[in-house]
Design a protein around this ligand. Structure first.
Ligand SMILES: C[S@@+](CC[C@H](N)C(=O)[O-])C[C@H]1O[C@@H](n2cnc3c(N)ncnc32)[C@H](O)[C@@H]1O
Length: 270
């Protein structure tokens, strides 16, 4: 296993229990039956009843199980054994039917053309070196005519320096897209800033053109690409908490897309 993947996996293994207990992930509300799937995703994913749905990088299965509750026949895949174990425990605790599979998202151990919808969101593709391989795996999992929904932090927003004061202007620090990963040393957790964890992670930047071209080359027809004014985590210190779920630009700031929603349909076999 390469150093990048090994470090990233160690990070994800270390945060599962912190996330499960965090307010950010709203697991208590989920346990009480609240639909905690965020509205941007909920509006775009539509009616999932009876649909075979694959959730890529499902973490500990919260969104996957929310989609099961909405009537989908769900499978979640993630490379973190602890996340998969926790997702299975959460499914059995809540009595929701779901399959959780441990594996790399670029080569998931799943049958081809077995899904109607492939879905991923919020902090998925930055962990992926080869976005073309990610798109090929998503396309391969879908039956022809099946849908991809990817909701993500916007690459323009991801360029900005997050190590600044809340009153600073936005300053570019990271490349718009990169072949080599950015190494980030971390000492706190995004979902629970009081949790003390330490280590290194390696993340990649993928530009809009790179993402769309990877999707097209994998056999997708792009149906829409929306640039959004909200993001699901406190990605930059200048952002303000807009409601229970999203962070947004401060009043008067020039528009910077904070997130995107890509919808595509599998049209062919590549
Ligand atoms: C930010 S989380 C995904 C967010 C998800 N929307 C959520 O909040 O539940 C990123 C996930 O990607 C997984 N991951 C990272 N690299 C992966 C890879 N190469 N294959 C499979 N899973 C991966 C991590 O284990 C983690 O669970």
């Amino acid at each position: 296993m390469d150093l990048y993947r090994q470090s990233n996996l160690a990070y994800w293994e270390s945060v599962v229990s912190i996330h499960l207990a965090s307010k950010f992930y709203r697991v208590d509300e989920f346990r009480r039956g609240v639909n905690v799937l965020d509205p941007i995703v909920r509006e775009r994913i539509g009616d999932v009843r009876g649909k075979r749905l694959l959730h890529l990088q499902c973490h500990f299965g919260l969104d996957t199980l929310s989609l099961a509750r909405m009537g989908a026949e769900v499978t979640g895949v993630d490379f973190s054994p602890r996340a998969i174990e926790t997702a299975k425990a959460l499914a059995s605790e809540t009595g929701l039917s779901a399959s959780f599979v441990e594996g790399d998202v670029t080569a998931p151990p799943l049958p081809p053309a077995a899904f109607d919808i492939v879905f991923a969101s919020w902090g998925a593709i930055m962990w992926i070196e080869d976005i073309s391989a990610w798109m090929r795996a998503a396309a391969k999992a879908l039956a022809v005519g099946g849908r991809l929904l990817l909701v993500e932090g916007h690459p323009a927003m991801m360029m900005m320096d997050e190590h600044v004061s809340p009153r600073s202007p936005f300053t570019m620090r990271y490349p718009y897209q990169s072949r080599m990963p950015e190494m980030n040393e971390f000492d706190r957790d995004y979902a629970d800033p009081s949790a003390r964890i330490e280590g290194e992670i390696f993340i990649w930047s993928h530009g809009v053109g790179e993402i769309l071209n990877a999707a097209i080359a994998a056999g997708f027809e792009i149906r829409s690409f929306e640039e959004l004014d909200r993001v699901h985590w406190a990605a930059l210190p200048q952002l303000i908490k807009r409601d229970e779920v999203y962070w947004a630009l401060p009043d008067g700031a020039p528009f910077l897309p904070l997130a995107f929603a890509l919808e595509a349909r599998r049209v062919g076999v590549k």
